[in-house]
Design a protein around this ligand. Structure first.
Ligand code: FES
Length: 188
């Protein structure tokens, strides 16, 4: 008589049991109770695809330095930057906004940068009226080869914002904070 073979010849694996109790307590990700450090501005730069973004890219590939406080947002054309994008950035705590598009007459969508200019002039007035200050918004026109101008204008808005201090809507800093003494962090 043939011996019956077990279906599972190997013994079932014995998984190691956890030796310590699993910590299920929620972890703190952002410590909002910490005292704010020196002012680091948040500046949103809307850069059009054809000129300004290319200039920013060229600045990067030439290893030109500009403050890391600027966050570049790539847009197809400055004409597509609506007032709600600009005001939304301020509402979320941005300390400054830069709109960088093609040279006048050079917009790849014909008049996008002219519309953006009109809008930014209008929004600058609104920023003054609501107490944020018109100078927190800057519009510049560049060609793709104007990397040094891109860096200059970025430095200009960073310096302006540092002089003005944090936006009253920036919740990371108390309203009284100023940052004139704090040098902008340079891009690595
Ligand atoms: Fe550059 Fe319109 S494509 S501003």
């Amino acid at each position: 008589m043939s011996q019956s073979r077990p279906y599972f010849p190997n013994p079932a694996p014995q998984w190691a049991k956890p030796t310590a109790a699993i910590d299920t307590a929620p972890k703190t990700i952002v410590d909002n109770t910490a005292a704010p450090g020196p002012f680091k501005a948040t500046i949103i730069a809307f850069c059009c695809n054809y000129c300004a973004y290319a200039a920013a890219d060229l600045a990067g590939s030439r290893r030109m330095q500009y403050p890391a406080e600027v966050r570049v947002i790539h847009v197809p054309c400055t004409g597509k930057v609506e007032p709600e994008h600009i005001l939304g950035a301020f509402e979320k705590g941005a300390d400054g906004v830069l709109i960088a598009g093609c040279l006048e007459g050079g917009c790849h969508f014909l008049e996008g940068n002219l519309r953006a200019k009109k809008r930014s002039n209008h929004i600058r007035k609104t920023l003054d009226e609501i107490g944020l200050g018109a100078d927190r918004l800057l519009m510049v026109n560049l060609s793709a080869a104007m990397a040094p101008t891109f860096v200059e204008r970025v430095n200009e808005i960073v310096e302006t914002v540092h002089r003005m201090g944090p936006s009253p809507l920036n919740k990371n800093y108390p309203a009284s904070a100023t940052a004139e003494s704090t040098p902008a962090e340079k891009k690595a």
